[in-house]
Design a protein around this ligand. Structure first.
Ligand SMILES: [Mg+2]
Length: 372
């Protein structure tokens, strides 16, 4: 095992079509652009990772084109020739030379863990201490932009049995219009189906007080990131004021964000995302902080394709998630770049069980959808 080093790192931008436009408060997604990282080691093992954003630069400060540039220009030369075996040492090296850029760091750590898992014949979850489960609950986000279409989509999915919990994306319209949209969907699916709402930071604190009061009255189960991510104190006030749980998503970005929020009770649930946190091991650190503070865990997504989704699932499977996951990214895509697409049924996804991530790239599909 000694002397195994990183030979080269390649990155490609892949553009995949989506089943329908996906309406969020900050963007309408009509296809998904993802950066796929391929890390080649001297023992012939290849690790893969993914860095994906939502709507170019509308979610965060990394874009697909910028991430590819960071990977090719700064990260690949830094890691080439280094031992592939100590992932902690490589991530510390990255941290000391490259500030921020958490989405890219997450893709690199994923690729390193995938390679190490394949090398040792164990899953990434095993490398991270072991899985508690081989399946994860997955909700579906209704975000067609139209109330009636969303209701039809929900009924079809309930009938099919693929999902039993729905998340609604709001914040694009005047708040009362949005609340009416949520109420109509909640009434249509009935009291036994969980409905959560993601405002994606769109409300001011005073609007949030009015909006959440009405959503709570309607029986909504969870309110995600109602106000701007920098207003930690506001999130703490809302968490204390309402019975309905408040989830920190954008606010709970990094490990230190999680610590600051936990300290003041900013949120009763944290949405964990490998991209925001800068990798899988940072998710375990955030989770430890949350658990110590009595804050529940939720497995979030950056609407990654299968590679990023499986990386998330591997680490989420090692944690006691009180609120399940939203790892439905691959279901939003009509095409995929892996050989075996994931299985979703009865409200859960099955986590691949092979070594590393347990998935393999389909080179024909990668070539077909690669940005030229
Ligand atoms: Mg969110």
């Amino acid at each position: 095992m000694k002397g195994i080093h990183i030979q080269r790192i390649e990155s490609v931008i892949v553009d995949l079509p989506t089943i329908r436009p996906h309406h969020l408060s900050m963007a309408v997604m009509r296809n998904q652009a993802m950066v796929i990282v391929r890390l080649f080691c001297s023992d012939g093992i290849e690790g893969i990772g993914e860095a994906t954003t939502i709507g170019g630069l509308s979610y965060g400060d990394e874009s697909p084109e910028g991430m590819k540039l960071t990977l090719d220009t700064y990260i690949a030369p830094l890691l080439q020739g280094k031992s592939a075996l100590s992932i902690n040492a490589l991530m510390a090296l990255l941290e000391s030379h490259i500030k921020g850029n958490n989405f890219v760091k997450s893709a690199i750590e994923t690729a390193l863990l995938d390679a190490q898992g394949k090398r040792l014949g164990v899953s990434v979850a095993t490398l991270l201490g072991g899985a508690l489960t081989h399946t994860l609950p997955v909700l579906w986000t209704l975000a067609s932009g139209d109330t009636q279409k969303d209701i039809e989509e929900a009924h079809a999915l309930l009938k099919e049995g693929r999902h039993n919990t729905f998340k609604l994306k709001i914040g694009r319209h005047e708040w009362k219009t949005d609340v009416r949209h949520v109420s109509a969907i909640k009434r249509a699916v009935g009291p036994d189906v969980k409905v959560t709402v993601d405002v994606n930071q769109a409300w001011t604190e005073s609007v949030a007080k009015q909006g959440i009061a009405m959503l709570q009255e309607d029986g909504i189960d969870l309110i995600e990131q109602p106000i701007i991510k920098t207003n930690f104190d506001g999130l703490a006030r809302l968490t204390q004021y309402f019975k309905v749980p408040i989830m920190a998503d954008e606010a709970a970005g990094t490990v230190s964000d999680a610590f600051k929020l936990a300290k003041i009770g900013g949120g009763s649930v944290f949405a964990l995302k490998i991209s925001k946190a800068g990798g899988l091991t940072n998710i375990q650190k955030q989770a430890a902080i949350a658990q110590a503070a009595g804050i529940s865990l939720y497995g979030g997504t950056m609407l990654e394709g299968t590679v990023g989704t499986v990386a998330s699932a591997q680490v989420f499977s090692t944690l006691p998630l009180g609120w399940g996951t939203e790892l439905f990214g691959p279901l939003l895509l009509t095409e995929d770049i892996v050989k075996n697409r994931l299985t979703y049924q009865n409200g859960v996804m099955e986590i691949p069980q092979g070594p590393g991530l347990g998935i393999e790239l389909d080179m024909n599909q990668l070539e077909k959808f690669k940005r030229k």
